[in-house]
Write a protein that binds this ligand. Structure first.
Ligand code: BDR
Ligand code: CA
Length: 316
């Protein structure tokens, strides 16, 4: 079985990603760490338990991570994911918060150390937990099998600031540290990658029409983001037509299916920390001027039929 460890800020697309991992037959989730991001850390923790409850998998350990970024001011994405991070349709019978575990960063390091060369880390939140982990244990990333990140952008089209993508802008210093210090095989699902590979809303209707509790749950929590995505402000964000863009699920899908990505590019990347409009933007060193040995694989295209099938299966 493929061993995954997830780092999330459970909003709507993190929920999709988690459900996809849970549905994959040959995948084991060793733990889930939560981070500030789409919503407060407390909400992200509650939301993660809620997703696990819908999937009957409350046995998976969920850990409390960092509640705020390293230096940047805290920001959330409530306008898009809903104030509670999951579309503001609360669970009348939420799982007990007593299930939550503390010390996310230590749990991540320990899990990787106990399974050297075997753990694939999938990060779909601001990268604060990962940055703190490498500061505490500089060598642990060498023991990772791979790191998959949803974040950053390769052109100047931001979704949060003029030039910045949310996960990187929400903690630019953390993103910088992670891209610099995680020298394991690194794969990045950028913002425009998910935009270019997004699915028509008509697919979303088929996906959510499945007669299962999981599909009904996803339909309910996605209503708010779907409405937002179709407003003028968000239509401007996407490349081409407004479509169902479940960013985090792309990173997760690529981590569990080696044949999903059909086009990619290997290049050194870092993060801009200072610009007025560009702080938090991923800087791509196409010319190799930084002389960085470690390169990341930037995903470009996916096999959309394969991805659709994975999404469908995740709600069965
Ligand atoms: C990323 O930021 C969050 O809104 C999403 O969950 C995703 O991880 C997209 O920029
Ligand atoms: Ca996320």
């Amino acid at each position: 079985k493929k061993k995954l460890f997830l780092d999330v800020d459970t909003g709507v697309d993190d929920a999709h990603a988690i459900m996809m991992a849970l549905a994959a037959p040959d995948v084991e989730i060793l733990g889930i760490t939560c981070c500030h991001g789409n919503t407060s850390l407390d909400n992200a923790l509650k939301n993660t338990l809620r997703v696990l409850k819908v999937c009957n998998r409350l046995d998976i350990p969920v850990y409390r991570g960092c509640a705020e970024p390293m230096i940047a001011r805290k920001r959330h994405a409530g306008d898009f994911h809903g104030k509670d991070g999951l579309g503001d349709v609360p669970d009348p019978d939420p799982p007990s918060p007593e299930l939550l575990k503390k010390k996310a960063v230590q749990a991540l390091i320990k899990t990787v150390n106990e399974n050297p060369g075997e753990v694939t880390l999938v990060a779909t939140a601001p990268l604060t937990n990962l940055a703190v982990a490498v500061l505490l244990a500089p060598n642990f990333p060498k023991k990772l099998k791979a790191l998959y990140i949803m974040g950053g952008n390769t052109d100047s089209r931001g979704n949060t600031t003029v030039c910045g993508e949310f996960n990187f802008v929400a903690d630019p210093e953390a993103a910088y540290i992670v891209l610099d210090r995680y020298t394991c095989p690194t794969y990045i699902a950028t913002w425009e990658f998910s935009c270019r590979n997004s699915l028509p809303w008509s697919f979303c209707d088929v996906l959510f029409a499945q007669d299962t509790d999981k599909a009904r749950f996803m339909e309910k929590i996605s209503r708010h983001t779907r409405q937002m995505a179709q407003t003028e402000r968000y239509q401007k964000e996407v490349v081409g037509e407004s479509a169902f863009n479940t960013c985090d699920a792309y990173a997760l899908a690529a981590a569990i299916d080696d044949d999903l990505v059909t086009e990619s590019e290997e290049v050194a990347v870092t993060v801009e920390l200072e610009g007025t409009y560009t702080r938090g933007m991923m800087a791509v060193d196409y010319m190799g001027l930084l002389k960085k040995k470690h390169k990341a694989v930037i995903m470009k295209k996916v096999d959309l039929e394969r991805f659709k099938q994975m999404l469908m299966n995740s709600l069965k």
